[in-house]
Design a protein around this ligand. Structure first.
Ligand code: ATP
Ligand code: MG
Length: 447
């Protein structure tokens, strides 16, 4: 099997070879190339030590000298060049006490997590595959290198990585590896939340977010996202649903595009349901108020996971609004008011979530639901055409106009502008300077 290596990477390999060192591309780039996917970065492994690597290249960054990693810059792109490495004892389930540089490629491959990630390639020497990685790729299998039990004991993050790769590649975790995951799942508590977030986000944004079920089955969510387990354990006895909250959630995740904000919004859209569940005399379940409760929970959980603020803000906003218009009773007026509060720019994401949510429910009153959805979509399209004012900035008067009309600057001014916006949301025709100045004159903002 031939791998096409980019010119700039070949240049680095050659330069190391010409200086008398071994050098291979390794890990993710070899795996992805063999799968016919474009690698997103090319890592190089070599027997040269960091200072020797630095001496060969003009532009380098000391990425992690103690761990053997130097980044070589070539045409503005960074390539990580790492010295063959043997990891010392792991005593805390997350990082080796020491690393030793080695002269043997085999040592370096041995320390890697999964067989599909433990292959190296050299343009003349070809593939080095000591653990059957190529076969596991062909048979779509995630298998730990060496003794699975030891590998998860060393670094518990590998537990989450196994499921992440299964989700990204559509692979299955091999039984012995799976058993070892179960045995070590508690040790995830030793792993930093930042490393967990990286892997979890990759899984959530992957082509197979249904691997969330695998996280649950293996006891992983119990450690890192127990709120998800509550959803898996919450039945929904209502004609609108045909699944428990957790399985419905997974269906909705699958139904939205692979966008971080939408996927997290889908994951958390019903997170408030377990807490809000009530059962009436007929045995039917209700989840009144779950979007607002869910928004708070989603925010807390995403903060705990140290997600970035944009994801936290926008995903929890979508959680809050996900049932907007669900009752099918929106008028043009209440629609405008809702969109004004939600923020027009969030509307496309809301629509996408709403559609996926609908498809993840039962067929009960299906036509009515589709009609309701289409009505909202039409109202949105009309709104884009007619462009009614939805924010204070779009009003026909501004602070300056109101000041001239005798409204003092300060909090009163803010209140007046907000009042005028509500006045205009009632009827967009009112958005003229005369009309708004007249309303400002009528309104007693001190009252
Ligand atoms: P991606 O395409 O997501 O970057 P990757 O395979 O390159 O996937 P990285 O996290 O970038 O994954 O790691 C690069 C390589 O380093 C892996 O292919 C694997 O060989 C090794 N590796 C990374 N993390 C670990 C770990 N926790 N334990 C053992 N080996 C690891
Ligand atoms: Mg990588």
């Amino acid at each position: 099997m031939q791998i096409v290596i980019p010119k700039d990477v070949l240049w680095i390999l050659r330069k190391l070879n010409e200086a008398g060192y071994e050098a291979y591309v390794v890990g993710g780039c070899v795996r992805d190339s063999l799968l016919g996917r474009e690698p997103h970065d090319w890592d190089i492994t070599t027997d040269a030590e960091p200072l020797q690597v630095k001496a060969l290249f003009k532009r380098t960054v000391d990425t992690g000298l103690q761990h053997g990693t130097v980044t070589v810059l070539n045409h503005g792109v960074g390539y990580e060049v790492t010295t063959y490495r043997l990891d010392g004892d792991y005593s805390d389930h997350r990082r080796p006490e020491s690393v030793t540089f080695s002269r043997q490629l085999s040592d370096d491959l041995m320390r890697r997590d999964f067989t599909i990630n433990a292959m190296a390639y050299h343009p003349e020497k070809g593939l080095v595959d000591l653990y059957g990685g190529e076969k596991d790729l062909a048979e779509k299998r995630i298998r730990a290198v060496g003794v699975p039990d030891e590998r998860f004991n060393e670094d518990a993050l590998r537990i989450l990585r196994a499921v992440r790769f299964a989700a990204q590649l559509g692979f299955v975790i091999e039984p012995e590896t799976r058993d070892a995951i179960r045995a070590h799942v508690k040790e995830l508590s030793h792993v930093s939340i930042e490393r967990i977030e990286t892997e979890l986000t990759k899984l959530i944004c992957s082509p197979h977010p249904e691997e969330m079920e695998e996280l649950y089955q293996l006891g992983i969510t119990a450690e890192i996202l127990p709120e998800f387990d509550r959803m898996m354990e919450t039945e929904q006895n209502t004609p609108y649903h045909c699944m428990d909250v957790g399985h419905h959630t997974i269906a909705v995740m699958k139904g939205v595009s692979r966008d971080k904000i939408l996927r997290y919004a889908a994951l958390f859209h019903d997170i408030g349901k377990p807490e809000c569940k009530t059962t009436d005399e007929e045995g039917q379940d209700h989840f009144k108020g779950h979007p607002a409760v869910g928004e708070k929970m989603a925010r807390e959980i995403m903060k705990r996971l140290r997600l970035d603020n944009k994801t936290i803000d926008e995903a929890s906003l979508l959680v809050y609004w996900h049932d907007f218009g669900v009752k099918g009773d929106l008028t043009e007026k209440s629609f405008r008011k809702g969109v004004s509060k939600m923020g027009l720019r969030h509307f496309p994401a809301y629509l996408e979530l709403r559609k996926a949510d609908m498809h993840g429910q039962s067929d009960y009153e299906w036509e009515k639901k589709v009609e309701g959805y289409q009505r909202i979509q039409e109202m949105y399209e009309r709104l884009l055409e007619e462009k009614p004012a939805l924010t204070v900035r779009e009003l026909a008067v501004n602070g300056g106009d109101l000041k001239k009309a005798g409204i003092p600057a300060g909090p009163e001014m803010g209140r007046m502008l907000e009042h005028l916006l509500q006045y205009v949301l009632e009827d967009p025709e009112r958005n003229t300077k005369e009309e708004l100045l007249a309303e400002a004159g009528r309104k007693d903002i001190f009252g």
